[in-house]
Design a protein around this ligand. Structure first.
Ligand code: SAM
Ligand code: SF4
Length: 344
């Protein structure tokens, strides 16, 4: 039989395996670069957002996500910017939900700041979303306003309650910030666990200009973990969510605390993920600049086979790992792009 006849369909459905034999099963998609907050560690106060024509349309986002699902991606996470601010985002979520029903996708989820969650919670649940991550760095309304530069805490708490009421499991993500929320870490754990939620702490990553020096607020999670262990009985947990967090189980509360530690602990060996920005740029590693322009491929009128080929070419360039370093002397960020561009 002629091998070339068989090749095209195989390429469009073959699993994505990178040069280090890691299978790519997780795609994070930033659906917008816009946000209603300006978190100090994430964005500058005066951000210039992208013109609409640069953004992938919702149809293009669906096509790209579906191309990855066809190649064995089992988990999709929508993020941003603030994903729930993208106009029409629920249409995209509902459409992507079809892959859950066919069994091609295990999970469709979101990372959100929670500000719009109350009005979308029921629709998200109907579309098949079973878990969301809500980012929350403090439970103090004034501090919340200061960290986010414009956010209000109450709607976020309402959003969390609405999601839980709709049957969606919520996990809290907290960036650990020296001199900002480090004193609140025990309270945040007590609150999250008391409300039936796991909580994950994240170290600040040197991404994008933010009008200020991130090193001043860098708090190594090894230190946070030590402090937690003096207060609670903790044991390592084998729990994995397909993400980079490492978990401990807290005996007193029966729930988990996670740690995402790109700076003090390298998690690249088991990396199964790639990231797509709202402009269709595929980053094979959060911590490296190399990327592939899939929007250009889409807009050149590529058919599914050509798109699959472009995805293969990108995955073949996935690097072994990142090399983030927080520069104590205040050098510019290791990566010029903001987390809101790649979606964290
Ligand atoms: N707006 C949504 C939110 O805040 O959840 C989704 C996008 S946000 C970029 C995703 C995650 O990245 C949030 O948990 C946020 O705290 C985190 N993040 C943003 N900038 C960061 C940085 N420089 N270092 C570490 N985490 C960061
Ligand atoms: Fe917006 Fe999320 Fe960045 Fe905060 S962390 S500014 S909520 S994108």
């Amino acid at each position: 039989m002629d091998g070339t006849v068989n090749q095209a369909p195989r390429a469009a459905s073959a699993p994505l395996i990178d040069p280090f034999a890691r299978r790519i099963t997780y795609l994070r998609v930033s659906v917008t670069d816009r946000c209603d907050f300006r978190c100090q560690y994430c964005m500058a106060e005066a951000m210039t957002f992208l013109p609409k024509s640069d953004l992938l349309t919702l149809e293009e986002l669906d096509r790209l996500c579906s191309a990855f699902v066809a190649r064995g991606v089992r988990r999709l996470r929508l993020t941003g910017g603030e994903p729930l601010l993208r106009r029409g985002v629920m249409g995209l979520v509902r459409n992507l939900g079809r892959h859950l029903r066919t069994g091609d996708l295990d999970e469709l989820t979101l990372t959100t700041n929670g500000s719009q969650l109350a009005r979308f919670a029921d629709d998200l649940a109907s579309a098949g979303v079973r878990r969301v991550n809500v980012s929350l760095d403090t439970l103090d309304p004034d501090r919340f306003r200061a960290v986010t530069r414009r956010g209000e805490l109450a709607p976020v708490l309402d959003g969390i309650r609405a999601a839980q009421a709709a049957g969606i499991a919520v996990k809290i993500n907290t960036v650990a910030l020296r001199g900002v929320n480090e004193d609140e870490i025990p309270r945040l754990i007590e609150w999250a666990h008391g409300e039936g939620m796991d909580i994950t702490f994240i170290e600040t990553m040197p991404m994008g200009d933010i009008d200020g020096d991130r090193t001043e607020h860098y708090l190594p999670l090894t230190e946070v973990e030590r402090r937690i262990a003096t207060r609670w009985t903790v044991a390592p947990s084998g729990h994995r969510t397909g993400g980079p967090a490492r978990y401990v189980h807290v005996a007193e509360t029966g729930r988990r605390v996670g740690f995402i530690t790109p700076l003090t602990h390298n998690f690249c060996e088991s990396c199964n993920r790639v990231r797509l920005t709202c402009t269709g740029t595929l980053y094979m590693c959060l911590g490296q600049e190399d990327s592939a322009d899939l929007r250009a491929v889409l807009r050149s009128g590529a058919n599914d086979a050509a798109l699959a080929k472009a995805i293969d070419a990108a995955i073949a360039r996935k690097p072994r790992g990142h090399d983030f370093v927080i520069d104590r002397l205040g050098a510019p960020p290791a990566l010029a792009r903001h987390m809101s561009t790649t979606g964290g």
